[in-house]
Write a protein that binds this ligand. Structure first.
Ligand code: XMP
Length: 530
């Protein structure tokens, strides 16, 4: 097979879109998500975007995000001033508000007294301005700024003030330009979403069409347009992203999709059966279940280094997948499209929407595949955040256990067996893990925790069971809370729950005589042990 090429197919056109111009703090993603909660499609673009490019993209509105800098600081990111003259409504938030004011001739006081945390703003004028329509005159808001707009540019009126911000909000209704010093996107601004809605619906005339149903029909249309009559293959891992991507593509092309489920034998208890039942049975997809546990275990024999394990598994995975795909191509003519579960945060991370399609997720399930195979990519999730993927999955009728599945590393239980991966040790960690998962579910904590699992340690310790001295294995239980896996805190599980888990593991998993609970956070530890 020769080298692959790339492409995309997100939710497709047909949605009113608002661009969120990113000025460098972490606010842009949050704003983009809040806009989507208002059922309007949002897209994050860099601060350097030329106004001409924005015009070409044809958004219904533009939001300038907050940022860590002062507009006066050398190196501060400035926007193309022509953005304000496109006739497209603009909302500046915090730094974006100050940037709008300073660009258009208003006055921004440097290092003024600043406001940090909750404060209240008082809407001014008879209507309080478009952004405050339908809201009470006094609003609790969240502020975080040193500089402050002290005089609005000509053509603008100040529509709200706070103790330290004489122009806490402003508008030029004619040019449809708006600014707020506070952060409407954060939960600490209780009516922030209403302020955003006023901008989106009243200033931009956006239609609230970005719903799971709307996203699905947009994606189905885009997938059909992209693949035409060709065949499509999709690697299923059991995780939520590949599951939702497969279900979407299946809705678009039906039997022309073949899913390949490489079962490396390193999955959790019941997982392989669930994938087969759900996709092959319940959803009647064309599913190739490659049972390759022996092959993987053979390759893993004697491998103890974590990175080496990942490499061995990744390499073998590609070979197995490739063999299966070649067979499918041989059976049914060329299968030139490969489904990728790329999500919007991956797209943002790799520098925006253009030219990203070629980037392949490097995690092992798919690592390197397109370099050796002549596949075009179909990426039906590239417009979606994780929570949206889950909503789409629910709407597509995927079972809760798949839609709300906790993340699971591609190399599977192999990185949760510290040291040698043998069939016996695999059995032990799988059985212990099943107890953890079951008890976490029973306690109703599954969705609150980012991950909860068991790790098998390479040490044995002395114990006593009945009247006999034992020399058994140690299982570590790990449970963490996290937003995005970049940082994580160990979960304060109730002692009774830990007691039940430990008791059951020792009683039910032969060979294990001691259970410890991991109380390290990330950083400095990682979530996985390897
Ligand atoms: P760490 O251990 O780095 O994990 O804190 C962060 C998140 O990534 C998952 N993880 C992996 N996922 N292949 C994957 O697909 C891997 O090799 C891998 N290693 C860690 C981990 O489960 C956690 O959610």
């Amino acid at each position: 097979m020769s080298s692959g090429s790339s492409g995309s197919s997100g939710a497709g056109p047909g949605f009113d879109t608002v661009l969120v111009v990113d000025f460098g703090a972490q606010y842009a993603q949050l704003i983009a998500r809040r806009v989507r909660e208002c059922r309007v499609r949002s897209e994050i673009v860099p601060a350097s975007i030329p106004a001409e490019e924005v015009r070409r993209m044809g958004p219904k509105g533009i939001i300038l995000s907050g940022g860590p800098r002062s507009v006066y600081e050398p190196g501060a990111r400035l926007a193309d001033p022509d953005l304000f003259g496109l006739g497209i409504p603009v909302l500046g938030i915090c730094y974006g508000h100050q940037l709008m004011a300073s660009t258009l001739g208003g006055d921004v006081a440097r290092g003024a007294s600043g406001e940090f945390g909750r404060t209240s703003v008082q809407a001014q004028g008879p209507s309080g301005g478009l952004l405050f329509e339908g809201l009470a005159g006094t609003q609790t808001v969240w502020m975080s700024h040193n500089d402050a707009v002290v005089a609005a540019p000509s053509g603008f009126t100040a529509t709200a003030s706070s103790p330290a911000s004489p122009v806490a909000a402003m508008e030029d209704r004619e040019r449809r330009l708006f600014g707020v010093q506070f952060h409407p996107e954060v939960a600490h601004t209780p009516n922030g979403l209403d302020v955003l809605k006023n901008f989106l619906y009243r200033a931009c005339d956006c239609l609230p069409a970005w719903t799971p149903t709307g996203v699905i029909s947009g994606a189905v249309e885009a997938i059909r347009a992209r693949v035409g009559d060709a065949r499509v293959v999709c690697g299923l891992s059991g995780g939520v992203d590949s599951a939702v991507a497969a279900a979407l593509v299946h809705r678009a092309v039906g039997d022309r999709l073949t899913c390949i489920f490489v079962d490396h034998g390193l999955l959790r208890a019941g997982e392989a059966e669930q994938v087969v039942d759900t996709f092959g049975g319940h959803l009647s997809m064309d599913l190739v279940h490659v049972k390759a546990a022996d092959r993987f275990l053979e390759r893993l024999a004697g491998v103890v280094d974590p990175e080496e394990k990942r490499k061995v598994i990744g390499f073998e995975f590609i070979r197995v997948f490739e063999e299966a795909a070649v067979e499918i191509a041989g059976d049914a003519g060329a299968a030139p499209f490969l489904v990728q579960g790329t999500l919007y945060p991956d797209v943002i991370e790799s520098g925006g929407s253009s030219g990203v399609a070629a980037r392949i997720k490097t995690h092992h399930n798919v690592g390197g595949l397109p370099d050796v195979m002549a596949f075009e990519l179909v990426e039906p999730l590239r417009d979606l955040f994780k929570d949206e993927v889950r909503k789409v999955g629910e709407e597509l009728g995927l079972p809760e256990e798949i839609v709300w599945r906790q993340p699971f590393p591609g190399p599977g239980l192999a990185v949760r067996i510290i040291g040698d991966v043998t069939p016996e040790r695999l059995h032990m960690v799988r059985a212990a893990d099943a107890v953890v998962v079951e008890e976490i579910h029973r306690a109703g904590l599954h969705r609150r925790l980012w991950q909860a699992f068991a790790v098998l340690l390479p040490v044995r310790t002395v114990g006593v069971m009945g009247d006999e001295r034992t020399y058994g294995n140690v299982v570590a239980v790990r449970a963490v809370e996290s937003e995005d896996a970049m940082t994580a805190d160990w979960a304060r599980l109730p002692p009774e729950l830990l007691d039940t888990i430990a008791g059951r593991i020792v009683a039910e998993v032969p060979g294990v005589s001691r259970v410890v609970y991991d109380i390290s956070s990330k950083p400095p530890a990682t979530i996985e042990w390897e």
